[in-house]
Design a protein around this ligand. Structure first.
Ligand SMILES: [Fe+2]
Ligand SMILES: [Fe+2]
Length: 214
């Protein structure tokens, strides 16, 4: 399933690359045979836009490809937990003079956690509720609300503040215990009750939602 979606992404990427090459050739033809430069400029702009679209699709495919290679939905999500904890560790290794690095790492953390929450909130937690695991799904989703509160605080906070690292540390502890509950209790119990087809379907949907947010 993951391999199939990877192939279709890369083939659509190839299609886009081909179309950008065609646009680029057309731009060259116009610049060679037209009297003014405006045609060439328009052609170049179209080619540029096509290249930008292709580059964006390529970036998304590469990002989601890395997750999709991790295997089943629970392995994809566990790999994202690990990657997120590494960003926390990088943040904790900064000092108050590295405000730019802190800003960039907080942005990276925000993007990673937004994508991860999107996958869980649009696929895994609804599936949990349908399998009579609403109590855990509601508890985990409520914790995602506090994840957003921590992200809001860190994004708004003065990056040179002495409160910055204690806030990051508190946030990391919360994320670690949330991830542990998912990886060690909720997800294995849920996965055990799934048929192979249901498991494959959830993996496919998690990859699809992740691709939207990559
Ligand atoms: Fe979660
Ligand atoms: Fe998670």
């Amino acid at each position: 399933m993951a391999t199939r979606s990877g192939k279709s992404s890369s083939s659509s990427n190839r299609r886009n690359n081909r179309s950008s090459n065609r646009s680029s050739n057309r731009a060259n033809e116009r610049s060679a045979f037209s009297w003014g430069d405006s045609g060439a400029l328009v052609g170049a702009a179209i080619a540029g836009a096509a290249i930008a679209v292709a580059a964006n699709l390529g970036r998304k495919a590469a990002m989601q490809g890395m997750s999709a290679m991790a295997g089943d939905w629970d392995e994809v999500l566990a790999a994202e937990h690990d990657a997120t904890l590494l960003v926390f560790d990088k943040l904790l290794a900064t000092d108050e003079t590295q405000t730019f690095k802190r800003t960039m790492l907080v942005k990276k953390l925000t993007h990673a956690l937004d994508k991860h929450a999107h996958e869980e909130e649009h696929v895994v937690y609804p599936a949990l509720r349908e399998a009579n695991e609403a109590h855990d799904a509601d508890l985990l989703e409520a914790e995602h609300g506090y994840v957003k509160t921590f992200l809001y605080d860190l994004n708004e906070m003065d990056k040179a503040s002495t409160d910055f690292l204690p806030k990051v540390r508190e946030f990391r502890t919360m994320i670690e215990s949330h991830a542990r509950m998912e990886e060690e209790q909720v997800f294995p119990r849920f996965k055990q009750a799934l048929t192979e087809a249901q498991n494959a379907r959830i993996t496919s949907l998690v990859n699809k939602e992740g691709f939207k947010m990559a």
